[in-house]
Each structure stands twice: as C-alpha cells, then as structure tokens.
Design a protein. Structure first.
Length: 103
C-alpha cells in the first residue's frame, strides 16, 4: 500500500529485524540520511511501474529466451540503479552511510 513498486513491496515484506545494535544503528542512520536528503533536495530518482526482474530471469534460465518487453524492463531497472548510484555517490561526503548503498 505504501510502496512505489512491486520491488519495494517485496523488499518491505522480506525485511527482517536487525541482528544486533550496530546493524540497527546503521539502518537508523541510513533512514535519517535519506529523509534529510529528501527534505533538502527532493525525491531520489525513481520510475513508477518498475517491475521485478527475478521471475523473468528465472524463466529465461529455463527457456533461454527473453522478450523485447522483458529486456526493456531490465534496461529500465539498470538505468535507474545507475542514476541512484550516481546521486547517492555524489552525496557520500555529507551522508557517509550512502556508501553502503553504492558498493
């Protein structure tokens, strides 16, 4: 209901509790950094309608085929991930925790 895409919904549903206080602190710092970034500079790059590619890749592993439409979805996902990496990477000085997302 509150996710922008199926990928976000899958990530939210598969989230597990932090394993220790350090991991919890890191997650909290990441959340606060993203919120601060959004307040100062607006939303991070996003593309509505982003589709998970795992099912397509699993089927392609069996059939050896991807349709043009499936390849286009994969292309959109890769382009978006590159944009996010660029934006987050350019802000690592102010938000060092972003380096966790740009490895």
């Amino acid at each position: 209901k509150y996710c922008r895409s199926e990928i976000g919904e899958e990530a939210a549903l598969s989230a597990v509790p932090a394993q220790n206080p350090d991991e919890l602190k890191t997650r909290h710092e990441l959340f606060l950094s993203i919120e601060d970034y959004r307040e100062r500079k607006g939303e991070l790059p996003w593309q509505n309608g982003l589709a998970p590619v795992s099912p397509m890749l699993a089927e392609a592993d069996e059939t050896g085929l991807l349709t043009g439409e499936e390849l286009l979805k994969i292309r959109h996902l890769i382009k978006l991930s590159m944009k996010l990496k660029d934006v987050l990477g350019s802000e690592k000085e102010k938000y060092p925790v972003f380096s966790l997302m740009t490895r």
